[in-house]
Structure formats: structure tokens, C-alpha cells
Design a protein around this ligand. Structure first.
Ligand code: AMP
Length: 215
């Protein structure tokens, strides 16, 4: 089963995708994570995308479609969760073509609905463990011991360079200009459903599971 989680930055796509990986053995394909890995590896492409990402703008369709294509070809999993992809209509069409070439389809598109006002707080308080990927928040989910990851004990806690208020405004603008038209696109394809992503993490996960089981 292939599902797409769609929503503005800070809606909880990554957190919910990680849950589905643990609970259902699915594979999370996050273009944001792939681009951050490319940036860290210092490849030419990584250097090219670093500035764009830091500003909160979108990387070109060509680059992200290439990354997804490469990953999809090497995958052997019972299902894929697309997290942060597609973000433009061109990406959505390319994904449809790639999947149909593999005899597959997008089975469900789940929109995580949030209040925009809540996003600034969610994003600017966010930090993650650079070693195991666990996600924390200064106010709502601090680590038990300051500076140490609860999950793996690492002290490699990091904040994303684009998790600032300025970059978030630009990321939101990109979301409404380029990504939100996908809601209409997938609705017209009969794939879209929405969940209240302002609810507690467990309740959101239960809603997503219900939507997936109904798809
Ligand atoms: P994310 O981790 O999904 O919030 O993505 C972080 C940043 O990576 C975005 O603000 C974009 O600069 C870039 N990015 C991630 N996914 C895509 C995509 N599908 N298309 C274009 N840019 C992307």
C-alpha cells in the first residue's frame, strides 16, 4: 500500500510516518531527509540544494523526482509512506507515472489539518536526535535529561537550519502556492481524506490507521 501524508511544515508528517514504519513495517520516503543527507555528504547536488532549503524554498522537481525514482527502484517493502513528496503537481504526475510503471498506484492521500497559528510554536521549538531521529519539543516534549536523547542516550541533539520563524513563513507560502493544489488534484482522483492533526499524537495515528484500512 502506498500512502501520501500531506500537510504544511509542522503538521506532524514525519512523526506519523515513523509510527507507521514501526507499527506496520512500511518504508518512509522523506525527500526532506534525503536532501539533508545529500547536503551533509557534501556532494555537488547537496551543496546546490543547501541554500534553497535554508531559505525555505522548494528544490527543483527534477532533483526530487530523481531521488524518489532511485529509491523506489531499489525498494522491496509492503508499503511506502511518502512524507513531504509530492509537493508540486509535476511531482504528483511523475509519481503516478513511476508507480504505474511498477504496476502500483497511490492508494490513499491523507491530509494532516492544522491551525496555521500553531505551526510557529511547533516548528521553532522542535529539535531532533541526530543519531536516532527521535523528535522533541522545548515545551511539549522536552528530553527527560537536558541535552540527552531519551531514546538512545546520544547527546547529538540538533535543530534544523530552516526551523526559524522567517524560513517557516516562506515554507508556508510555498505550501499554499505549490502544494495545496494537490489537495484538489487527489480529491478529484478519489484518493483524499483528512484528519485533525491538532489532536494528540496517538489520536492522529488512530485516525490515519482508520483511513488506511478503509482505502
Ligand atoms: P521537509 O523536511 O519535508 O520539511 O523538507 C525540508 C526542505 O527540503 C523543504 O523546505 C524544501 O526546501 C526541500 N524539499 C523537501 N521535499 C521537497 C519536495 N518534494 N520538493 C521540493 N523541495 C523539497
Amino acid at each position: 500500500m502506498n500512502i501520501i501524508l500531506i500537510g504544511p511544515p509542522g503538521a506532524g508528517k514525519g512523526t506519523q510516518a515513523k509510527r507507521l514504519v514501526t507499527e506496520r513495517g512500511m518504508v518512509q520516503l522523506s525527500t526532506g531527509d534525503m536532501l539533508r543527507a545529500a547536503r551533509t555528504s557534501g556532494t555537488e547536488m547537496g551543496l546546490r540544494v543547501a541554500e534553497v532549503m535554508e531559505r525555505g524554498e522548494l528544490v527543483t522537481d527534477e532533483i526530487v523526482i530523481g531521488l524518489i525514482e532511485e529509491k523506489l527502484r531499489e525498494l522491496d517493502a509492503p508499503g511506502v509512506i511518502f512524507d513531504g513528496f509530492p509537493r508540486t503537481l509535476a511531482q504528483a504526475e511523475a509519481l503516478g507515472t513511476l508507480l504505474s510503471g511498477m504496476g502500483q498506484d497511490v492508494d490513499a492521500v491523507i491530509e494532516l489539518r492544522v491551525d496555521d497559528e500553531a505551526l510557529v510554536d511547533r516548528i521553532t521549538g522542535r529539535f531532533t536526535c541526530g543519531d536516532c531521529g527521535e523528535v522533541y519539543h522545548d515545551r511539549t516534549r522536552p528530553t527527560a535529561k537536558p541535552g540527552v536523547c531519551d531514546a538512545c542516550g546520544s547527546s547529538n541533539l540538533q535543530r534544523r537550519a530552516d526551523d526559524t520563524e522567517d524560513a517557516l513563513r516562506r515554507r508556508l507560502m510555498e505550501y499554499y502556492k505549490q502544494t495545496s493544489p494537490l489537495l484538489g488534484y487527489y480529491f478529484a482522483h478519489g484518493k483524499l481524506s483528512g484528519v485533525d492533526a491538532m489532536a494528540a499524537m496517538g489520536a492522529v495515528a488512530a485516525e490515519i490507521a482508520a483511513r488506511m484500512d478503509a482505502a
